[in-house]
Design a protein around this ligand. Structure first.
Ligand code: GLV
Length: 387
């Protein structure tokens, strides 16, 4: 096993081992990718305050997210096509997460189905819902999630249509990949990935194929989202979903205080400040810049989490110190999964945990739940000195 000391190491191996089409799908933002880039570069503008001569024994990164105990305030975010990054990817990631003690979120756009993941894991996981036009499908998928013992529903609010990612169009992204000459040439260099895929029957969108009518090409994500996703999604529909579900509800994709206030009003348990990893509205501010105004609006009423841009334990620490109760990671674990399957995801979680734990200690703290904004140096006007 190569020596892995940080998420970048996993990223490098990931790039070598996974077909270009799926690497590009993960490592892209929409249009100019400004928001995608700033999600990470804005984290590095925040600095940490080093403290000394503080007892560093008995440290704890344990916390809770919507009342659930977590080994650190990090959950695995829903990521489309995870099972194309590595054979049975959703099952592998879910198993690594449950062993580590952090929540796993399965996306509607997964390759392994809800039932598959439930069958191969022991603890309840979270399910992320994309709202489709077909009300019957919506009702059925919510029921399927309940039957599988899902413990929280994450409704993503910022993807009624797919943002334009140039690379996906140029690569002809599909699951499974079509046997074009360019794909065959690229796949022939990815033997490890290919062997894994030959060894599984899970190669199509498991929650969709066989469950939705009228999809012209179910392997083409862009085509079926355009045909199926409900562009009319509004707050009344979110309330209807809340009632249909009746359990813990997390609303993901909130960037503005007005929307956060609405989310709190309808009784969500948590919101995720997220710009979808820069994959939807390019030109939106980074999520770390969007966090404080949202906290000012609803921080005392609802749990506020952050996703988009986290690639290290220091990023987790910065988000938590700013006031986020929890965080979600997407790409950071996908790199790891594509690089080394379940062992890779475990490694990514260990790396992030070690960085979080040691950085917290260097900042003079022993308990993540006690960390506050005092440990940060934040540039003036960071959350937006703009009209
Ligand atoms: C799906 O969530 C995507 O960003 O492609």
């Amino acid at each position: 096993m190569p020596v892995i000391t940080n998420i970048d190491d996993l990223h490098r191996i990931y790039r070598r081992r996974v077909p270009k089409m799926f690497y590009d799908y993960c490592e892209t933002g929409s249009w100019t990718e400004q928001t995608f880039r700033e999600n990470t570069s804005d984290f590095s503008q925040i600095r940490l305050r080093q403290r000394v001569a503080v007892d560093m024994t008995n440290r704890s990164t344990r916390s809770t997210m919507i009342g659930q105990e977590v080994a650190m305030p990090v959950a695995l975010a829903p990521v489309g096509l995870t099972g194309m990054q590595h054979a049975d990817g959703e099952i592998k990631a879910a198993r690594a997460a449950e062993k580590f003690g952090v929540p796993f979120t399965l996306t509607t756009m997964s390759i392994c189905s809800i039932e598959d993941v439930a069958e191969h894991t022991e603890k309840p996981f979270w399910f992320q819902l994309y709202v489709m036009r077909d009300e019957d499908f919506l009702r059925r998928i919510i029921q399927r999630a309940k039957d599988a013992g899902v413990s929280a529903l994450v409704v993503t609010l910022d993807l009624q249509m797919l943002g334009q990612r140039h690379k996906d169009i140029k690569n002809g992204l599909s699951a499974p990949p079509k046997p074009t000459l360019a794909n065959m040439i690229n796949l022939s260099t990815k033997w490890r990935w290919g062997l894994g895929m030959l060894g599984t029957k899970r190669r199509a969108f498991g929650n969709i194929v066989g469950h939705v009518e009228g999809v012209s090409d179910p392997s083409n994500l862009m085509a079926w989202t355009a045909e199926q996703f409900d562009p009319r999604l509004d707050w009344s529909k979110i309330e209807a979903i809340r009632d249909m579900w009746g359990g813990k509800l997390i609303l993901k994709g909130i960037m503005e205080p007005e929307d956060a206030v609405m989310a709190a009003k309808i009784g969500a348990d948590a919101i995720v400040v997220s710009n979808h990893g820069g994959r939807q509205l390019d030109g939106a501010v980074s999520s770390i810049r969007a966090l404080e105004p949202v906290l000012d609006a609803v921080g005392d009423k609802i749990e506020v989490w952050l996703d988009s841009g986290i690639r290290s334990g220091q990023d987790v620490l910065k988000a938590v110190a700013m006031g986020a109760r929890g965080t979600m990671i997407g790409r950071a674990y996908i790199y790891a999964l594509g690089a080394m399957g379940e062992a890779g995801v475990t490694k990514a979680l260990e790396v992030i945990h070690t960085e979080l734990d040691k950085s917290m200690a260097f900042c003079g703290h022993r308990d993540i739940t006690q960390v506050t904004r005092d440990i940060l140096r934040v540039p003036r006007g960071f959350s937006g000195d703009w009209d």
